[in-house]
Design a protein around this ligand. Structure first.
Ligand SMILES: Cc1cc2nc3c(=O)[nH]c(=O)nc-3n(C[C@H](O)[C@H](O)[C@H](O)COP(=O)(O)O)c2cc1C
Length: 416
């Protein structure tokens, strides 16, 4: 089909789209340009009713998802490339925003080439932007690992409708010669005049009780409230998929979660306090510190755990009488879980209270550099506690965004 005749198709016949055709189109589309020839994308093909059902709810129940014979989810994918590097003694650095944008660009270019080829073949396609509205639901349904992120969904089938073509803005709305020319009121009027005069758009404005077509977009279709809420979800999911760090990036601050989840991932960080060996358990939410427990590395007066343990979980536990306590759980080298009960009882109550205060600050997401500044400015009652705060500040430094990291001559005192 000529591009000038194309339109989105949302209704499909029962005729199947065979694997042979689909694979040929995907293979041909993979000739599209790609960063470093790395092909930073993957396509998940959905044909089963069960999976379509799951996907449909992630796409706000848009009927095409269940009705189309094939649903394709196109993902930005740095997983495969990262695994390749790891397997070939290469050190990948693709868990960042730039890499996400590169992979998303690759994925969308591939996606568009596929659309053009499929439409030439006579297939009908609908692009679903809802893919990035609730990405976590799609990630769960398709079991996408870290560094894989859904960016586009295509419903694909043989057309059972021939809707009228939609209009397009005139060339002057999208082209600028040499430098960007701002849009004064006159040029805006010219760009949107035809669109605003179309009977279907006037009708749309009227039935929605609005004054202008633009208000239909701002007040109904794509509202600030929805955009902001979904942006938060999008960023949180990018953090979970390891494309973004939870703090420091473009001012992205992780969401405040007041109700502590029952289980938090945790880093075990050893540090020196005066001559003593101490250990910190740093509970993490979305990859950034949410709480901290510290104590002596000592079986009698604190906790001794194998040196190899650097990660685990802090679990909030309620006794039968409603008493709260925190347990630490780790998996040992042989793969067995070990739980150390009652972190609170094992540590000196004085340090425990200070740590509680610091945890309160972390929980409300004060940026880590501010938390560190606050802790190091405390003048506490004795040298040992002051040296403890220095240790804790050093532990937290580990969580500063890369751009804020500074070399620390005493770094070696933090052992992992
Ligand atoms: C980023 C993006 C998101 C879209 N999301 C949806 C969607 O969720 N549901 C839908 O029915 N169409 C969706 N579309 C299709 C557009 O509505 C359609 O392309 C547009 O109205 C122009 O119509 P045409 O493709 O027939 O020319 C999307 C298209 C794009 C590019």
């Amino acid at each position: 089909m000529n591009i000038r005749g194309r339109r989105t198709i949302r209704k499909y016949t029962q005729q199947p789209v065979g694997d042979e055709l689909l694979n040929r189109l995907i293979e041909d589309a993979s000739r599209t340009q790609t960063m470093g020839n790395l092909q930073l994308y993957s396509v998940v093909v959905t044909r089963s009713a069960e999976k379509k059902e799951q996907l449909a709810s992630a796409h706000f129940s848009q009927p095409m998802v269940k009705e189309a014979p094939v649903v394709l989810t196109v993902c930005a994918d740095f997983r495969r490339t990262t695994d390749w590097c790891l397997q070939r003694q290469a050190s990948p650095g693709y868990d960042n925003a730039l890499s996400f944008l590169n992979a998303a660009t690759d994925a969308l270019l591939f996606c568009q080439t596929f659309c053009c080829l499929a439409e030439e073949e006579g297939l009908g396609i609908c692009f679903l932007g809802t893919t990035i509205y609730q990405p976590q639901a799609i990630i769960d349904a398709l079991e996408l690992p870290e560094l894989v992120f859904p960016v586009a969904t295509l419903t694909v089938g043989w057309p059972a409708e021939q809707p009228p073509q939609t209009d397009r803005l005139p060339l002057q709305a999208i082209v600028h010669q040499e430098t960007y020319q701002s849009f004064g009121p006159e040029r805006i009027d010219e760009c949107y005049a035809v669109r605003e005069s179309l009977p279907e758009n006037r009708h749309f404005v009227e039935i929605n009780g609005k004054e202008t077509l633009a208000q239909v977009f701002t007040d109904l279709r794509y509202t600030r409230k929805d955009n902001e809420a979904m942006s938060e979800g999008l960023l949180a999911t990018l953090v979970r998929q390891k494309f973004l760090k939870a703090t420091g990036l473009l001012g992205v601050v992780p969401a405040v979660v007041e109700r502590r989840p029952e289980i938090l991932e945790c880093d075990v960080v050893r540090f020196q306090n005066k001559k003593e060996k101490w250990v910190a358990f740093v509970g993490l939410l979305d990859g950034s510190p949410y709480e901290i427990f510290t104590g002596l590395q000592d079986d009698e007066e604190g906790i001794a755990i194998p040196k190899s343990v650097s990660k685990g979980f802090v679990i909030k536990h309620y006794d039968r009488d409603g008493q709260k306590r925190y347990d630490f759980q780790f998996v040992n080298k042989r793969g067995y879980k070990t739980t150390i009960e009652g972190l609170s009882e094992r540590f000196n109550p004085k340090y425990w209270d200070y740590a509680k205060l610091i945890s309160g600050v972390l929980r409300y997401r004060m940026p880590i550099d501010h938390v560190i500044r606050l802790i190091t400015s405390l003048q506490l009652e004795n040298d040992t506690i002051n040296s403890w705060t220095t240790g804790v500040a050093r532990v937290l430094k580990k969580y500063l965004p890369d751009a804020q990291q500074t070399p620390d001559e005493e770094e070696e005192k933090v052992e992992n």
